[in-house]
Design a binder for this molecule. Structure first.
Ligand code: ATP
Ligand code: MG
Length: 580
């Protein structure tokens, strides 16, 4: 490509509405343009990166034996009603009506469509297993679209679905995808961690997310520093305090009411009473579908709503409002406690199980109770793992301290079981001619989000540093002065030769000052830059600069090609492709 003819508009200023670096750099390099909130056009440079990522995905999916399909974006409501998700999906689902007032949605994911296809195409066990994937635009009316391609309302996703005869087969398909995803993200040049993820209402223990490690990530990951345990914080287990509940009555002190005017925050109450926050028990009220539940948790810990939701099997949980709390407790918000609480289910996190003489609210304005004890002062609640893990908590696998880092979820794999195949009656006939339900898995990758994550991980103050495998161009040829005929001809010759051997090359043939060209080159982040300048040319040399390391190599002008090939190879994460 010739820069002079390309639609590339670089911008020096940081755009005001872009908070994170990948969004800023994509706008500054003119790779994407916003049309409306969460809706973007991909410009030529940006779309090249998208296609490179898609190519890696296609190669790896095909190697794993998956087959590419293309399903409709516009989906009739009937199949969504069959799965039950027409009513469950909520406002994220973009719904619309056709001229006959029939209801449709724009696909946010395609379990329904693919299951409908497979139930009509697959009859016999002989046709299974099968894994079908597509790369397609998805629609989700996200409540907070932001960070550019990271969380859009219209975005490109690779979604795949596996169909197997039984659980065992489904597990093999799942493991294959796990390996495939590791290959895909490694080939994209990303540093990532595969972590356990919450399976929510679907149940089962098979779901992993692929997290690109980056400060701007919206997800928190708990990772072990010793073994390979990693989990989304939503799922990360806190080691239960083992053993039956027992409390030593010999230690119990007399319970007292203490006046704590206007003190509701744990820290304030603890310091006022001269105790550690660990000695306080917080009482939280949660609206779980139609029920109000009181949850007790140690003062220094936070409730994990996902764990609570799963434990209760609730469709939705929200924190109860002030009015509800005051009706239930008969007291004032901020001063709740379990003593004397009636007609609500009590649940407690394991962290409060072994406490004695603890502090709680008194269900009375401006009052707390000290020296509260289970059994004597209130019934022993049901204990469960309900809190969010914290830095330094122990790894549930090996006991080493966990650390908490941020990550961007670029991929998510899921063993679905028969959730959709049962609902939509996707069955096959087994060897004995008996009808059985197909067992499914589903596997997603956010293509645009992967591109954004790659920039989050690979940039410096001057701009992007594309990993070679997903760079929009591999080489940028930069003649420092196009009015100098020898420079221009040499640059043109090199450009032509590189194209001829299949190297993706762009030439900055603009009549601009070298300073501007160098600045743009760094901003765009093409991995290799070949500079043709007067000084080196007088010595018969050209310069090859590696964007990543900043290293410059001077080579004779007729020897540049070998060096470029060698560097591309070195920077390409070429690995031995293996059939799985
Ligand atoms: P998140 O928790 O970030 O909303 P999700 O769990 O809703 O993600 P999935 O339904 O598993 O996401 O979708 C598969 C993949 O699609 C995700 O791993 C992510 O990479 C990508 N993705 C999901 N939502 C968006 C979005 N709004 N914009 C861009 N990519 C997205
Ligand atoms: Mg989502």
């Amino acid at each position: 490509m010739r820069f002079s003819q390309a639609l590339i508009n670089t911008v020096r200023e940081v755009p005001a509405d872009a908070e994170i670096i990948s969004h800023q750099l994509m706008l500054r390099t003119g790779m994407i343009k916003k049309l409306a909130a969460g809706i973007y056009s991909y410009l030529p440079l940006g779309y090249r990166v998208i296609r490179k990522i898609e190519r890696i995905i296609r190669q790896e999916m095909d190697l794993a034996g998956a087959q590419e399909v293309y399903l409709p974006v516009l989906c009739p409501s009937e199949i969504w009603q069959e799965s039950g998700r027409w009513s469950l999906y909520g406002p994220e689902l973009m719904r619309l009506k056709d001229r006959h007032q029939r209801e449709f949605c724009l696909g946010p994911t395609h379990e329904e469509v693919i299951t409908d296809l497979v139930r009509r195409e697959v009859r016999s066990y002989r046709q299974l297993p099968v894994n079908l994937y597509q790369i397609q635009t998805k629609f989700r009316d996200e409540i907070r679209p932001r960070f550019g391609l990271m969380r859009g309302r219209e975005f490109i996703m690779k979604d795949a679905y596996s169909f197997d005869v039984d659980e065992e087969g489904a597990e093999i398909s799942y493991i294959k995808m796990k390996e495939t995803y590791q290959n895909i993200f490694s080939r994209c040049g990303l540093k990532f961690k595969m972590v356990e993820a919450d399976t929510g209402a679907i149940g089962g223990s098979f779901s992993h997310e692929f997290m690109v490690l980056a400060e701007s990530g919206e997800d928190l990951i708990a990772g072990c520093q010793k073994c390979d345990y990693g989990s989304n914080i939503e799922k990360a287990e806190c080691l239960a305090q083992k053993g039956e509940f027992s409390s030593d009555a010999g230690l119990w002190k007399e319970r007292e009411s203490v006046s704590t005017p206007n003190l509701t925050a744990v820290k304030e109450v603890a310091s006022f009473l001269g105790v550690n926050p660990e000695q306080l028990v917080k009482t939280l009220f949660v609206q779980a579908d139609q029920e109000i539940v009181a949850v007790l948790i140690r003062g220094d810990y936070e409730l994990n709503e996902v764990k609570l939701k799963n434990l209760l099997g609730a469709a939705e949980i929200t924190m109860a409002d002030k009015e509800t709390i005051e009706t239930v407790t008969g007291g004032s918000m901020g001063f709740s406690g379990p003593v004397g609480l009636k007609n609500v289910r009590l649940l407690a996190d394991y962290s409060v199980k072994n406490l004695v003489n603890f502090v709680t609210g008194a269900n009375l304005k401006d009052t707390h109770l000290i020296n509260v004890n289970w059994e004597r002062d209130c019934p022993v609640p049901a204990f469960a793992d309900l809190r969010i893990v914290q830095e330094g908590d122990v790894c549930p696998r090996c006991g080493t301290a966990l650390s908490i880092t941020r990550g961007i979820e670029v991929g998510h794999i899921f063993k679905l079981g028969t959730k959709y195949s049962k609902a939509l009656k996707a069955c096959y006939l087994d060897r004995e001619g008996e009808e059985k339900v197909i067992v499914m898995g589903c596997y997603g990758i956010g293509v645009g989000r992967t591109m954004a994550a790659a920039i989050e991980q690979n940039h410096d103050k001057d701009g992007i540093i594309w990993p070679m495998p997903i760079a929009p161009y591999q080489v940028l040829v930069l003649p420092t002065d196009v009015t100098d005929k020898e420079i221009r001809d040499t640059a043109d010759f090199i450009y032509g030769q590189l194209l001829a051997v299949g190297i993706e090359t762009i030439i900055d043939d603009r009549d601009e000052r070298p300073g501007i060209k160098f600045k743009d080159a760094d901003l765009l982040g093409i991995p290799l830059r070949i500079t043709i300048g007067r000084k080196s040319l007088n010595q018969g040399l050209v310069e090859i600069r590696i964007r990543e390391s900043g290293e410059t190599i001077r080579v004779p002008k007729d020897k540049y090609q070998e060096k470029v090939q060698e560097l591309i190879h070195k920077l390409s994460n070429i690995y031995i492709m293996k059939l799985i």
